[in-house]
Design a protein around this ligand. Structure first.
Ligand code: ZN
Length: 438
């Protein structure tokens, strides 16, 4: 895989900066425009699913679009202005154009008293409502007078949009990388995920791949439900998956396990994090969070975890106007991308072998395997890695299983397996599902 370039973090940050001003939601032109920006990097195929389509227990909602919104006081000053921040409008607000008293307006105003300087992010997707979000300080300053309230939006039959990018590999088994893209001007949740997914997809495009990769750019919850409903017949191909979000903040990496808890992806991510030499956290699965909730619903129970930095709800900037371009850091984006890259590299190289000498060890010395390892000077770790691979290659243990049991980083176990394979001491157990017709 393309090794990390020094400018890749700033490039991802720049992409987030371009996505930032757009008012996205779970449907509408903001979502389409965002996919168009990602298409400058990878050829995402755009799907449109009409309003009213039933997807399991849900129905595709009406499409929402917005041009402008404001609240003007009696002197004609805009005291709340959508053009200053798209967070000011309750996302999915129905249109309104009315004059009213502060008392009448107040039930439609949302603020965060505990963080009085920030604009909160609120939505009302499935219950028709209108409203404005504003800092608590602004709210407190509003005088008891008559206001002109305008939300120039539309909520009408249309479609739900999502993007899909499929990269065919040698085998039909898929790795799913899923990112929600429905938040307006919020960076860590979720523009950082869109940038890291896009750059990961871009790298994988130029690589020889064993697995096939399916990248989804979807609105949260309704998007994964829609995709699963429309692709039920092919879901069995997904062997591993990760939900990407909150990958730009300066906090440590956090892995949330799949519902299965001990799937290969769970072991692989934890292995990478454990050998990173950095602080990290592992959380058990819970049915709260992002789209892993749908992928891990019991009828699918896919091996999909979520790899983030600081999880949603655990940073004070979460779902507020402080989750902005200053909050996310180029080096954090780059580090997240690098972690994803390492996990994928591990999955790509994780094989199961059968040692050709099941009864006692083969004599390594006479094959020169104690003298050199892939042209490098042999080390005790390299020799130990060979012994572990030979001992556990009984057809039941993958290289990752061996690395875990031996407590040795995967890379050393993999290097040892390559050397042993080259000396015909190992045979690969049946490869995973080859493409039909091959
Ligand atoms: Zn969110």
């Amino acid at each position: 895989m393309e090794s990390s370039r020094r400018d890749i973090g700033p490039e991802m940050h720049k992409l987030v900066g371009r996505l930032f001003p757009t008012c996205r939601s779970i449907t509408g032109n903001g979502f389409r425009h965002s996919l168009a920006l990602l298409q400058e990097h990878i050829p995402i195929s755009v799907q449109e699913v009409p309003t009213g389509t039933e997807v399991f227990d849900w129905t595709i909602p009406k499409e929402w679009n917005i041009n402008d919104a404001y609240v003007k006081n009696s002197s004609g000053e805009k005291v709340i202005d959508f053009s200053q921040s798209n967070l000011h409008v309750l996302n999915y607000s129905v249109p309104i154009r009315k004059t009213m008293s502060l008392e009448e307006l107040k039930p439609h105003l949302f603020s965060l008293p505990e963080q009085p300087n920030v604009i909160p992010y609120r939505t009302s997707y499935y219950k028709e409502n209108w409203g404005f979000c504003l800092s608590h300080n602004t709210l407190s300053s509003l005088k008891d007078e008559i206001y002109e309230v305008v939300i120039d939006s539309s909520l009408a039959p249309g479609s739900l949009t999502y993007g899909e990018y499929y990269l065919e590999g040698e085998i039909e088994d898929d790795v799913l990388i899923s990112t929600h893209c429905c938040h307006p001007s919020l960076c860590n949740d979720n523009l950082s995920g869109m940038a890291v997914s896009t750059f990961l997809a871009k790298e994988l495009t130029g690589m020889k791949r064993r697995y096939s990769y399916r990248f989804l750019f979807i609105p949260g919850a309704i998007g994964s439900i829609t995709w699963l409903a429309r692709n039920e017949d092919n879901v069995h191909r997904i062997k591993h998956g990760l939900v990407v979000a909150c990958v730009g903040d300066p906090g440590q990496m956090t892995y949330k396990k799949s519902r299965q808890g001990n799937a290969e992806i769970d072991v692989a991510v934890q292995h990478v994090l454990r050998h990173s030499g950095e602080q990290y956290r592992v959380k058990e699965f819970s049915p709260y969070g992002y789209d892993e909730r749908q992928y891990c619903s019991p009828g699918f129970n896919l091996a999909v975890g979520s790899l983030t930095r600081t999880p949603h709800g655990e940073f004070p900037e979460y779902h507020t106007s402080n989750d902005n371009l200053d909050f996310i850091k180029p080096h954090a984006l780059e580090h997240s991308l690098s972690t994803y890259r390492q996990v994928i590299s591990l999955l790509e190289h994780n094989r199961t072998y059968i040692s050709q000498n099941q009864k006692c060890e083969p004599q390594l010395g006479k094959r020169g395997l104690y003298a050199s390892l892939g042209g490098r000077t042999s080390s005790p770790l390299a020799e130990l890695s060979m012994l572990w691979v030979l001992n556990l290659s009984d057809g039941d243990h993958s290289l990752l299983d061996i690395a875990e049991r031996a407590g040795i980083p995967f890379q050393h176990i993999h290097d040892a397996s390559q050397l042993l394979f080259d000396h015909e001491l190992l045979q690969e157990r049946r490869p995973l599902s080859p493409r039909s017709g091959e």
